[in-house]
Structures are given as structure tokens and as C-alpha cells.
Design a binder for this molecule. Structure first.
Ligand code: UDX
Length: 436
């Protein structure tokens, strides 16, 4: 397959920017990653990553060595050297649910000022519908007169923990375009990736991203609501989810009941999409309920602990897992934050272990909790074990060992990693999600 190699730059080295940049280099393009955080760039130049993502470090080193991947703080130079400019900066949510587009707007201005010939400017960050047009207006206003450019929306569907696979083997690539010229360039760039490419309008692409995340969050809240009903009726939500998932119209993914979704995307994108809907004159009550169920799921779990470990003050609570999901060190919107803060407030002594998130968790919990070297250490003398992230390694520790190390065999499993029957047989007081 003949592949045309492009010179691209990615502005923003967060999750999306760093993974996308590295993967574009991996498929043969010449990539410059840009960030205004000097320390981050200096570290990346030395091969030190700001995030934990399986396989990423190795891939960065490989592509750096091959002379395809570069890191800089100089946005103007990176833009000048590139045919395609990807914007992958943060789009945080304001207090009122609106998306803060300041970083996108600032970067668009800088890109415009640095432009010296035709470029394709692609938004990769999740942005509310019509942001593409805003970027177009800014670039038109600030770029040298007479220059032409195209804007594109190419949202990312990377899951933390499997981001590289999601980039290189996606279910589909979504590209919103306005011109045939940009469509051809984008098709060329993605040529080494053998997944279907869906070309749409820019506005559709923007909505697709929000709609996907909102739908997946809805699936999770739906199964969590079912879990509450299962608990009250001696049913088992795992059995219910398996049977539901075998219906092809429903599908098996994102039907794991637990303590709700966290992370940098779902909570933010659900709120942002509610706001997009409101601005479009539609009251998206369904999504408001999705948010409510998600919050409630943590409260229900906490109540179980409070009710079943009376007088929490001074009790030793072992916590397994701090990141919002396994295979990442990301603490953003992690359910562990609300749950642990509340346990600490009630006077519990929290002894926590996470395989990779401890460093980031220290920034959140400071010295409010004790950080353990391994899962077993957290269990010693514990009055209860609280499982908040389903790391694979936790599943390998047998209930027999758990019981031996703990003072009282109370297990609150927010991720359903053990068998309730086995735990009961071994004499545990085992509280999970969606099972009696
Ligand atoms: C998500 C989207 O999946 C991805 O396409 C998008 O681009 C970014 O946001 P991510 O946040 O990395 O990815 O994680 P994901 O695997 O989707 O999980 C999100 C949250 O939902 C986690 O807290 C996870 O624990 C929770 N979850 C997921 C469930 O509670 N049950 C499930 O069945 C699946």
C-alpha cells in the first residue's frame, strides 16, 4: 500500500494529543507535538511521560528514535512546518455546564497568526456543536490576508488504558469536512488504518462525539438502575446484563454495574451535551437523570458501608483501587474521591493501594489517607475492604488470603470482582452491586 506521509502537528499533549500524535508517527507521518507547559515538553523530550498508558512510552521512544516524533513549546514553528494542524487542547466544563472554549480559541488565534500557506486545521478535542465554525471565524480574522485553509472535525474515541489499540484499530474514524481537498488529505492521513471512515458535515461530527459518550453513559446508568432493582428482588445484575447483552440490538459492552462512571470524559461530556441541548431549545431530561443516577450510585454504596460497619470512627478501612478505572493513573472524577473523602470525614482510617495511581492520588488526598505498597498491606488488621477499581491483580488475590489478613471479614465490592456465593461460603459479609 502506497502511503503518503504528511507533516502534522498536534497542539496539546494531554491524553488525546499525546496518544494521537504518537500513533500518527507510528503509522508513518512526521509529527510535532506542542504544549505550552515547558516542563512537560522537556520531560517528553527525555522520554518521561505525564500519564500512564500501556504501550505508550515504548511507542514514543521508538518513533522519536526513528525521527518521526518531536516535542516543542514553539507553536508557531510547529504550525509553519506542518500541512495539517490538530487541536487537542482541553475543553473543560464551566460551573454552569457550559464548555470553556478559551484554550481552543487562544490556540486557534496562534495557529492563524503562524500560518504561511494552506493548512488543514483539525479539531480533535471534544467540542460543542458549532465550535468548528467559531475556529473558522477566528482563523479567518487572524491569518494573513489571502491565505486559504480548511477546518475539519475529527473527534477521538480513545479509552484510557486501551488508547493505542483504539487509535490504530478503531470501530470507525469520524471526519467532518467542508471541502473535497480536506477530505482527500484526511483520507490519506488515515490510509494505514483499515477501519471504516465516515465523512460527515462538521456539525454532525461534533454531535457524534457528544452523542456517543452520552449514550454510553446512559447505558451505564441504566444498568446501575437495574442493579438497584435486582438488589431488592434477589436477582443478580450480572446475569441480567449477560442476557440483555446477547440481544444484538443492545450489545454486551458498557453494561457493567458498579459505582458509576468517572474519568475526564463522561461526566464532562454529559454535562456539556445537556448544555448544547438547552442552547438548541431542547431540555435533555434523560441525560440529567443519567447524571443523577451516577451520583446516587456512589451514595448508595457509601450507605452500605456506613450501615454495615457501624461506628466508623477509628476503624481501619482498606481501599483497593483509586484511579477511575483500571490500567490508568487518571484520578479525574474518580468515584474514589467522593467515597474516600466521606469515609475520612466519618473518622475512618483509610489504607489504600492502587497499582499505578498513588502518585496522582497523593495530590488529591494529601496526607488524609495512608498509601500502601501492595494490596495485602492495606488488608492487615482491616475492619473492612472497599474495592473501588477492578484492577486485574486484585482478582488474583484469593478470598482465603484476604480473610486471613483482615480483622473482620467485611468486603464492599463496588466492581463485582468476586463470586457472592464463594464469599458467603467462606464466611465473608460480602456486599456487592446488584446482588443480594
Ligand atoms: C470514554 C469513552 O469510552 C471514549 O470513547 C471517549 O473518547 C473518552 O471517554 P474513558 O473515559 O477512557 O473513555 O473510559 P471508559 O472505559 O469509557 O469508562 C468510563 C467510565 O465508565 C469508567 O469510570 C468506568 O469504570 C465506567 N464504566 C464503564 C462502568 O461503570 N461500566 C461499564 O460497563 C463501562
Amino acid at each position: 500500500m502506497k502511503i503518503k506521509k504528511y507533516r502534522v502537528c498536534i497542539i496539546g499533549t494531554g491524553y488525546v494529543g499525546l496518544v494521537s500524535g504518537t500513533c500518527f508517527a507510528q503509522i508513518g507521518h512526521h509529527v510535532i507535538c506542542v504544549d505550552n507547559n515547558k516542563e512537560k515538553i522537556e520531560n517528553l523530550q527525555k522520554g518521561i511521560l505525564p500519564i500512564y498508558e500501556p504501550g505508550l512510552e515504548k511507542m514514543i521512544l521508538k518513533n522519536k528514535r526513528a525521527g518521526r516524533l518531536f516535542f516543542t513549546t514553539d507553536i508557531a514553528e510547529a504550525v509553519k512546518k506542518s500541512e495539517v494542524v490538530f487541536i487537542a487542547v482541553h475543553t473543560p466544563t464551566k460551573e454552569n455546564g457550559e464548555t470553556n472554549l478559551r484554550y481552543v480559541e487562544d490556540v486557534s488565534k496562534e495557529v492563524a497568526k503562524a500560518m504561511d500557506k494552506y493548512k488543514v486545521v483539525v479539531s480533535k478535542s471534544t467540542m460543542p456543536v458549532n465550535t468548528g465554525q467559531k475556529i473558522k471565524e477566528i482563523i479567518t480574522k487572524f491569518c494573513p490576508k489571502g491565505l486559504t485553509f480548511d477546518i475539519v472535525s475529527n473527534p477521538e474515541f480513545l479509552k484510557e488504558g486501551s488508547a493505542i489499540k483504539d487509535f490504530l484499530k478503531p470501530d470507525r474514524v469520524v471526519i467532518g469536512v467542508e471541502s473535497k481537498k480536506a477530505e482527500k488529505i484526511m483520507r490519506d492521513i488515515y490510509k494505514p488504518i483499515s477501519s471504516p471512515i465516515i465523512f460527515t458535515s462538521i456539525e454532525s461530527a461534533e454531535i457524534i462525539k457528544h452523542a456517543c459518550n452520552a449514550f454510553l453513559a446512559t447505558k451505564i446508568s441504566f444498568i446501575n438502575a437495574i442493579a438497584c432493582i435486582c438488589e431488592k428482588n434477589s436477582a443478580n445484575v450480572k446475569e441480567v446484563a449477560v442476557a440483555m447483552g446477547l440481544d444484538k440490538r443492545i450489545g454486551p459492552d458498557f453494561l457493567k454495574a458498579g459505582i458509576g462512571f468517572g474519568g475526564s470524559c463522561f461526566p464532562k461530556d454529559v454535562s456539556a451535551f445537556i448544555n448544547v441541548a438547552k442552547k438548541s431549545g431542547y431540555d435533555f431530561n434523560l441525560l440529567k437523570e443519567v447524571k443523577k443516577i451516577n451520583k446516587k450510585q456512589r451514595e448508595i454504596f457509601l450507605d452500605k458501608i456506613i450501615k454495615n460497619v457501624p461506628a466508623l470512627k477509628g476503624k481501619n478501612i482498606a481501599v483497593w483501587g483509586l484511579s477511575f478505572k483500571p490500567n490508568t493513573d487518571d484520578m479525574r472524577e474518580a468515584p474514589s474521591i467522593d467515597i474516600i473523602n466521606e469515609l475520612v470525614l466519618k473518622g475512618a482510617v483509610v489504607k489504600a493501594f492502587d497499582p499505578v495511581a498513588t502518585k496522582k492520588a497523593k495530590e488529591v488526598f494529601k496526607d488524609k489517607i495512608i498509601y500502601c505498597k501492595n494490596a495485602q498491606e492495606a488488608l492487615k488488621n482491616a475492619d473492612a475492604l472497599v474495592i473501588l477499581t477492578e484492577w486485574e491483580n486484585f482478582k488474583k488475590i484469593t478470598p482465603e488470603i484476604i480473610k486471613k489478613l483482615m480483622k473482620s471479614p467485611n468486603v464492599f465490592d463496588g466492581r463485582n470482582i468476586f463470586s457472592p456465593q464463594k464469599m458467603a461460603r467462606l464466611g465473608f459479609n460480602y456486599y456487592s452491586i446488584g446482588k443480594k
